[in-house]
Design a protein around this ligand. Structure first.
Ligand code: FAD
Ligand code: SIN
Length: 530
């Protein structure tokens, strides 16, 4: 080993809920390296508001949670996976309690809130900032564990595979990843016998998204380039209620506001418009239904936003349940205890991703995936609220357990080539990156958004194809930076989303197209093979 390489038993890419759960499980026996792009708290996990779904109430059942998940997912879910995850939820919550996550309680019992698509109260939470508390507890445990090394400021570029072996072994295995150390500017080969991809979603492929800046689909793109299948990439979830504000562009107003009684209104007429779209479930219909209703109101009436109003409830109830949101909005001159909040839909969650089995295994030997980067079969065509963190805990652990169970079969990595920078120079035209980023994100929002048509998808495909050679050329000639790594991945994910959307000739869940408005009798995954 030298300055240009490290070797650990297992490499985990990502320090969110999925990555840290995997690392903590592995570290009982193995030495683990965890890499994060930017800060260790930079992923979506720290931003989660609503909470974690689990059957904990006496009147609730696993069957009900399974049914709600499959109704939201429009039948595209894999039932075995849904049952696997939901049955493991209470144990996952117990482990988080043991790690010290201070979930809200009422008379000693966990307080359960409600969100869209759930037939029962079943969301455990820490006020309206659950993710931050979970991230802090996992990180503290990882920092205290001598078998875990945490390295922030590392932007992984590509997985290390057979083509990077000094002498080609033909094993087809993944041996870790090359990552840019953004402090020193050096690219380091991080080798390992097993690699767990937990790099989160691709939300930032859209102009408006609730996801953090780094959600550029790096993990999906890296796994795809290495040869893993991805599926259901057209199933991009839009959250109905992102704050509309000219300065603050991606602040989520949790679904729990509607769960606790918040209502949606036309801002001019005061009409409670959900009764025109889903009179039975109203504001608590699944997200795709509510987001499409808001999108329709905005487009039909030329609005900038609609109103979300919970001010009919007592002020102390509102501030007690939603202290973070209340304070944030007050800072922007909006008092949710006395008036409505202007909201719009925004991209929120990547339902598709790298195909995995119940052990978190991808198609590639030595590569696992867990969390938002993956497509496990849990979410189907639309994720049920608060099922995502749960998936991270269940699959982070499942992947780690599979590695531990088969450790003797994981070979020592062979000699790996160092990163070659001999033919590249520093870029003198950063503007190319900015221009392409902006163009992709705006185009995806306008052409591949909540309501789609084949014509718009084809336009998007043409633009993405045109950008390909420009981005490849740039990547081939200039020294890598995080911006360039992200642009390359964003472009790749945009292509996968459009390709998948063009393949689905029906409307189902989050994929709604005016050219195929009907839903087919049988649900089928859109699987792309590299
Ligand atoms: P993340 O937490 O996103 O972590 C990704 C990690 O990968 C980060 O450490 C990042 O630095 C690292 N990474 C990325 N690219 C690279 C690279 N190239 N090199 C090295 N490292 C890399 N879900 C719920 O269940 N309940 C909720 O209440 C909820 N609320 C949400 C609110 C918001 C605003 C958002 C955006 C999402 C919410 N979600 C919620 C979804 C949920 O937060 C995410 O799906 C989940 O946290 C994803 O966890 P993860 O571990 O897969 O990835
Ligand atoms: C929210 O709090 O509305 C987000 C919940 C989720 O994405 O699961």
């Amino acid at each position: 080993m030298n300055d240009n390489s490290t070797q650990f038993d297992v490499l985990v890419i990502g320090s969110g809920a999925a990555g840290l759960t995997a690392a903590l499980t592995l570290a009982t026996k193995l030495r683990v390296l965890v890499l994060a792009k930017g800060k260790l708290t930079s992923g979506s996990t720290a931003w989660a508001q609503g909470g974690i779904a689990a059957v904990l109430d006496a009147g609730d059942t696993f069957d009900d949670h399974v049914r709600d998940t499959m109704v939201a997912g429009a039948g595209l879910n894999d039932r075995e996976t849904v049952e696997f995850v939901i049955e493991r939820a209470p144990a996952a919550i117990d482990r988080l309690c043991e790690l010290g996550v201070p979930f809200n309680r009422e008379s000693g019992d966990l307080h359960l809130t409600r969100e869209g698509g759930h037939s029962h109260r079943r969301i455990v939470h820490v006020n309206d900032a659950t993710g931050w508390a979970v991230q802090a507890a996992l990180l503290k445990a990882a920092e205290e564990n001598p078998n875990i090394t945490l390295l922030p400021d590392r932007s992984c570029i590509d997985l290390i595979t057979g083509r990077h072996e000094t002498k080609y072994s033909g094993s087809g295995r993944v041996w870790g990843a090359y990552a840019l150390d953004t402090v020193t500017g050096k690219v380091v080969a991080h080798t390992a016998r097993a690699t767990i991809m937990a790099a989160g979603g691709a939300g930032r492929v859209y102009q408006f998204s609730t996801a953090p800046r780094g959600a550029t689909g790096d993990g999906i793109a890296m796994a795809w380039r290495a040869g893993a299948r991805v599926s259901n990439m057209e199933m991009m979830q839009f959250h109905p209620t992102c704050l509309y504000n000219l300065e603050v562009k991606n602040f989520l107003v949790t679904e729990a506001v509607r769960g606790e009684g918040g209502r949606l209104f036309h801002p001019e007429t005061g009409h409670r418009f959900m009764e025109d779209y889903d009179a039975e479930r109203m504001e608590l219909a699944p997200r795709d239904v509510v987001a499409r209703a808001i999108d329709d109101q905005i487009k039909r009436f030329g609005l900038d936003y609609v109103h979300l109003d919970i001010s009919h409830l007592p002020a102390d109830f509102i501030t007690g349940h939603f202290p973070t949101i209340h304070e944030k909005l007050l800072g922007l001159g909006i008092d949710m205890t006395t008036g409505p909040i202007p909201v719009v839909p925004a991209q929120h969650y990547t339902c598709g991703g790298v195909v995995i089995d119940l052990n978190g295994r991808t198609d590639l030997p030595g590569l696992y995936a867990a969390g938002e980067v993956s497509e496990s079969g849990l979410h189907g065509a639309n994720r049920l609220a608060s099922n995502s963190l749960l998936e991270c805990f269940v699959f982070g652990e499942a992947a780690a357990r599979d590695v531990l169970a088969h450790w003797d079969g994981f070979e020592e990595p062979p000699a790996i080539r160092e990163w070659d920078e001999s033919r590249v120079t520093d870029s003198d035209e950063e503007v190319v990156i900015k221009q392409n980023w902006t163009e992709i994100r705006r185009m995806m929002w306008n052409y591949v958004g909540i309501v789609r048509t084949t014509k718009r998808l084809e336009r998007a495909k043409n633009r993405i194809d045109l950008l390909a050679s420009e981005i490849d050329d740039y990547y081939g000639n200039f020294r890598v930076t995080t911006d360039l790594i992200e642009l390359r991945n964003l472009h790749q994910c945009a292509g996968l989303i459009v390709q998948s959307a063009l393949k689905r000739h029906e409307s189902r869940g989050l994929h709604y197209t005016l050219d195929y408005p009907e839903t087919d009798e049988f649900a089928k995954d859109t699987v792309l093979v590299p």
